[in-house]
Design a protein around this ligand. Structure first.
Ligand SMILES: Cc1cc2nc3c(=O)[nH]c(=O)nc-3n(C[C@H](O)[C@H](O)[C@H](O)COP(=O)(O)OP(=O)(O)OC[C@H]3O[C@@H](n4cnc5c(N)ncnc54)[C@H](O)[C@@H]3O)c2cc1C
Length: 284
């Protein structure tokens, strides 16, 4: 199928894009890498009246840092992040995860802003950003607001973003000693969307879990942070196998979301396997 007819604008600055997005009488959507939106339009799942293409807005394509955080513009592509020395040095977890997002052709166009605005529960970046305690910056014609990534994702393909807002950047806090991390996902084939996955992070300069985060993805309607496991892990030795086993047992008390191919029990099993392997990676 082909997309229904639509109007198209290619603004060169953020202000013009925000003005266009502010139309209340027509359905306007921003276009980033188009890797999800174009297929959705071709299948007519999405039928906007106007597309506002963000690809000429250079201010959204920057990666900046200060001593406290890294700020990634929403139009930064996966392939740009892959090449960034700053990201490699300060948040290597991002570099470890990117090869698992689709395939290089898609990563050459797909953007961080597009991934989180879409909020696919099986996507890596929404949960990755929750595990890094990132903040999402949103802008409309009236101003800017910031939302914790944990509060930004509200359901399947649902976020806290209003229709007249753009995701403009993602801010990720950085410590003096970069965090230790573990990541694992289960997929049918490399590059497919995950059937389940887990992120574990902890402060980097200690032998015990400290300030840890545990986030599961592709097993719920949105990134699933499990604070019970974090509380249990904190203060325990990183490489204690019995601690890891007890942490995984906590998953038994949780309900998971099935999908077309996997029921809720299968998802629980995948969640446990993902967490076990992510904890193993942390020590690897
Ligand atoms: C075959 C295939 C396999 C894939 N596999 C994976 C995978 O394994 N893991 C994964 O995470 N993803 C996967 N993807 C999705 C890919 O990562 C997309 O690039 C990404 O989800 C969307 O990014 P985009 O820049 O292409 O956004 P677009 O497709 O342009 O936009 C997606 C949505 O976000 C909105 N949007 C875009 N930018 C903004 C913004 N700045 N502010 C507000 N709203 C905005 C759009 O209006 C649209 O609704 C796959 C895609 C394909 C086609």
């Amino acid at each position: 199928m082909k997309a229904a007819s639509f109007l198209y604008e290619l603004p060169e600055d953020l202000n013009t894009a925000l003005q266009l997005l502010n139309s209340s009488d027509i359905d306007v959507l921003p276009l980033a890498g188009g890797q999800s939106l174009m297929p959705m339009m071709n299948f007519r799942v999405s039928q906007p009246d106007l597309l506002v293409d963000l690809n000429k807005i250079d201010s959204l394509k920057k990666i900046d840092s200060d001593s406290n955080s890294i700020k990634i513009g929403s139009m930064v592509k996966y392939s740009d992040m892959e090449k960034s020395d700053l990201i490699k040095e300060k948040i290597p977890l991002i570099n470890n995860v990117i090869p698992f997002v689709a395939h290089s052709a898609i990563r050459n166009r797909g953007t961080i802003g597009g991934s989180i605005a879409l909020a696919d529960p099986a996507a890596e970046f929404p949960s990755l950003l929750v595990s890094l305690d990132a903040t999402i910056e949103l802008m409309n014609i009236k101003g800017t607001r910031e939302v914790k990534s944990e509060d930004f994702f509200t359901g399947i393909f649902e976020t806290d973003r209003k229709t007249n807002e753009l995701v403009t950047s993602i801010n990720i806090p950085i410590n003096k000693s970069p965090k230790k991390f573990g990541f694992y996902e289960i997929t049918r084939r490399h590059g497919d969307y995950a059937m389940a996955g887990a992120f574990v992070t902890t402060d980097g300069d200690k032998k015990e879990f400290s300030n840890s985060r545990v986030v599961l993805f592709a097993v719920s309607t949105k990134p699933l942070r499990i604070i019970d496991i974090e509380v249990f892990l904190n203060g325990n030795l990183l490489n204690d196998v019995s601690v890891q086993e007890n942490a995984i047992d906590i998953i038994n008390g949780y309900e998971f979301e099935g999908d077309l191919h996997n029921d809720t029990e299968a998802k629980k099993t995948y969640a446990k396997v993902s967490l076990k392997r992510a904890l193993g990676e942390l020590n690897g």
